[in-house]
Design a binder for this molecule. Structure first.
Ligand code: FES
Ligand SMILES: [Fe+2]
Length: 364
């Protein structure tokens, strides 16, 4: 087939205009993961989030401090300065800033001018991660954090990791709401051939989008087959819920069991993965991941085995999305079109929602 007719391309391009993408400005008024708590110590950490350069450190009372990483004197990054007793001393002319970002000392003069500070951002540490609110400070409400109790619950054995993604966070959210790619992009890791064809259901609500897929019977890939003991061909049920919970959190929950046993006789094995994308720039993303399971508690070898296997698969997404970004970036706008199919419904709804959020924020 040649290229679609020009009218078909125009219709596809028009449909895409209603979806958030790599060129959509960031939604600032939401919680995003800034870092794993263990990354923030008593030294300065520079990190770009939502296109803004920030500097982080942990104050002596344990609080995570986040300031704009730019000295308001002559724009030296504060992260190039030094941390002294919970204050940052700029490396250029020595202005000193406290945890609130207020300038409290100018070495070249006796008195410090008021109101020449740098912006401080609200942070909130919960479980392994540090959340940040970079939008309107008065809207930074902890009730807007997505549900995540298992990430701080000892009943869940956890591991965590970070991947640098060379693509937009929108495309990562899309990837996570689209499980039809498992049989292909993850053919060598955790995708099995029956996965793409399995029936699915969707839940599309206001800001909540989920994809549910029951693959029964199925053969588990080694990452789950070995730890659960469900290694026989066609032995397992794989019940999957993949849910966009907020701009900063997508959660995948999976239950496995032996489908040849009756409901009362079969143990259930549950895993959860928190995928937490935070935009760095329009086309790069910090990808924080926490993985948990409710079985094989305290078994470090299983934790290591599952973590290594899963991160092979997550790296496949990162590599695939980077290739997709390269193709998007090198296609002239007039030649760029994409078609959606039925399985894309939750991702399309999510991208409409993200665009609507951004447009609402711009109007406000
Ligand atoms: S640039 Fe920071 S003190 Fe001058
Ligand atoms: Fe994937």
């Amino acid at each position: 087939m040649t290229r679609p007719h020009i009218s078909v391309i125009a219709a596809a391009q028009n449909a895409s205009k209603r979806l958030a993408d790599r060129d959509t400005p960031f939604v600032m008024n939401d919680w995003y993961v800034a870092a794993f708590g263990e990354e923030i110590k008593d030294k300065l950490l520079a990190r770009t989030l939502l296109g803004r350069r920030l500097v982080f450190y942990r104050a002596s009372d344990g609080r995570v401090v986040a300031l704009e990483d730019r000295c308001p004197h002559r724009s030296m990054p504060l992260s190039a300065g030094t941390l002294e007793q919970d204050t940052i001393v700029c490396g250029y002319h020595g202005f000193r800033f406290n945890t609130e970002g207020d300038c409290i000392e100018v070495p070249s003069q006796a008195s410090c001018p008021k109101n020449i500070g740098t912006k401080a951002y609200r942070t909130h540490e919960r479980g392994a991660v540090v959340w940040i609110w970079m939008g309107e400070a008065e809207q930074a409400d902890l009730s807007k954090l997505p549900p995540q109790d298992w990430m701080a619950d000892p009943a869940w054995e956890r591991s965590q990791g970070y991947l640098g993604l060379q693509a937009s966070y929108v495309r990562l959210h899309e990837n996570l709401l689209d499980l039809t790619h498992l049989s292909f992009l993850h053919a060598k890791s955790f995708g099995t051939p029956d996965y793409a064809k399995a029936a699915f259901e969707t839940e599309i609500g206001d800001g909540q989008f989920a994809l549910l897929r029951n693959v029964v019977p199925t053969t588990l890939p080694p990452v789950w087959g070995i730890p659960t003991g469900l290694t026989d061909p066609g032995q397992a049920a794989r019940i999957v819920r993949s849910e966009f919970r907020s701009l900063g959190l997508h959660e995948v929950s999976v239950t496995f069991y032996d489908c040849h046993l009756t409901e009362n006789a079969r143990p259930q094995f549950r895993i959860r993965t928190a995928h937490m994308p935070t935009p760095e720039t329009a086309t790069t993303t910090h990808y924080f991941i926490v993985h948990g399971r409710d079985f094989a508690q305290g078994d470090a070898a299983t934790t290591r085995f599952m973590h290594e296997q899963l991160f092979v698969a997550f790296q496949e997404d990162v590599d695939g999305l980077a290739l997709q970004e390269q193709a998007l970036a090198s296609t002239p706008a007039e030649d760029l079109y994409e078609f959606s199919v039925a399985a894309d419904a939750p991702a399309v709804a999510m991208r409409r929602y993200v665009l609507a959020r951004q447009q609402k924020e711009t109007r406000a």
